[in-house]
Design a binder for this molecule. Structure first.
Ligand code: ASP
Length: 326
């Protein structure tokens, strides 16, 4: 299906799309599935929505949507958002009955004067628009929760996301893989017309306190898109990103002329300078300018991203790690 590369090769020259950038290596499968339609003139908005929907429902991608890990009480709740510009964005959080938060978020964007719907209201809105209710907790995720409970831990802070085998079972060759699970797909797209779009879908931090919402569905935190500045998406410990409006900050730096790598570096430097940073904390960002220059960076080792353009579909390391060896 795809060519793989371990070397990050940021774009040297400005270029237009089509281009898709997704968080984590499982994004490569989703990018590849969506690519044919996107490459034949599809819009960036449709493509980023389709990538998240693919991840939510692909049983082989068991860390996003169905298959994601539940909260402290064993309940699933999903968050997501989609964005074209500050005037065109939509978001939902704490969805408990529908599998595709980005699909609901796009309806919020397209059909309401609002930006964000939460909880029961978001599920009711999805029902009103004919989206089917679905069970969200997979048998493997339930088993992982039961194992976590049996160990007597209830804090969410013991999970650090590390990129692993994107297609493996939670309980399979690597019995412990669920401990490092990462539950967010963030995707940025640049289409042939030069239009940027972004989307983000997550089940949040595993074992979170029920009701907790992280950065992913909050415009300017987990995702920000501004045609004048660029787009950025984050994954990892949402609380760290939320404290500094991480995606908004990256886009604002690019709007002021920074290259994506420098913009991301500034975000991660601010996070790395915190005195309360824990070893299990991770944050990674991908950013792209309207001219097609893009980059990715991570606070700690363990993050990978997926990149698709006319040359194929690639999984690669970020351009830099802010705290290597940690
Ligand atoms: N950022 C997400 C959150 O805090 C989690 C993740 O990216 O894995 O909800």
């Amino acid at each position: 299906m795809s060519e793989r590369s371990d070397k990050h090769t940021p774009r040297e020259a400005a270029a237009r799309g089509p281009l898709l950038l997704s968080t984590w290596s499982f994004g490569e499968r989703a990018n590849a599935a969506v690519w044919p339609e996107f490459a034949s003139g599809g819009s960036a908005l449709d493509a980023v929505e389709a990538v998240t929907v693919f991840c939510d429902e692909d049983p082989g991608i068991d860390s996003v949507g169905y298959g994601g890990l539940p909260d402290r009480d064993g309940q699933m709740s999903l968050d997501g958002c989609v964005m074209l510009s500050p005037e065109q964005c939509g978001s939902v959080c704490a969805v408990r009955k529908h599998l595709h938060p980005v699909r609901i978020a796009r309806l919020v964007m397209d059909r309401t004067p609002h930006v964000m719907l939460a909880g029961e209201g978001a599920d009711d809105f999805a029902n009103e628009h004919g989206l089917p209710e679905q069970p969200l907790l997979s048998p493997d995720a339930k088993k992982a929760w039961e194992k976590h409970q049996a160990e007597g831990k209830d804090e969410s802070a013991d999970v650090r996301p590390v990129d692993g085998d994107p297609g493996g079972a939670l309980f399979g060759d690597d019995e412990e893989r669920w401990r490092n699970n990462h539950d967010t797909i963030g995707v940025l797209g640049l289409d042939e017309q030069g239009v940027l779009a972004g989307a983000c879908s997550t089940s949040g931090m595993p074992w979170k306190v029920p009701g907790r919402v992280g950065d992913s569905p909050i415009i300017g935190h987990g995702l920000y898109v501004d045609p004048q500045g660029g787009a950025a998406v984050a994954t990892g410990t949402g609380e760290l990103v939320m404290a500094i409006c991480g995606s908004f900050l990256a886009v604002e730096r690019m709007r002021s002329g920074a290259m994506p790598e420098d913009a991301i570096r500034e975000v991660l430097e601010r996070i790395a300078s915190r005195s309360d940073l824990q070893v299990n904390h991770q944050v990674a960002l991908i950013a792209i300018r309207p001219d097609g220059h893009w980059s990715a960076g991570a606070l700690r080792p363990g993050f990978r991203l997926a990149f698709s353009d006319g040359s194929g579909h690639h999984t690669m390391d970020p351009a830099f790690v802010q705290l290597p060896g940690t």
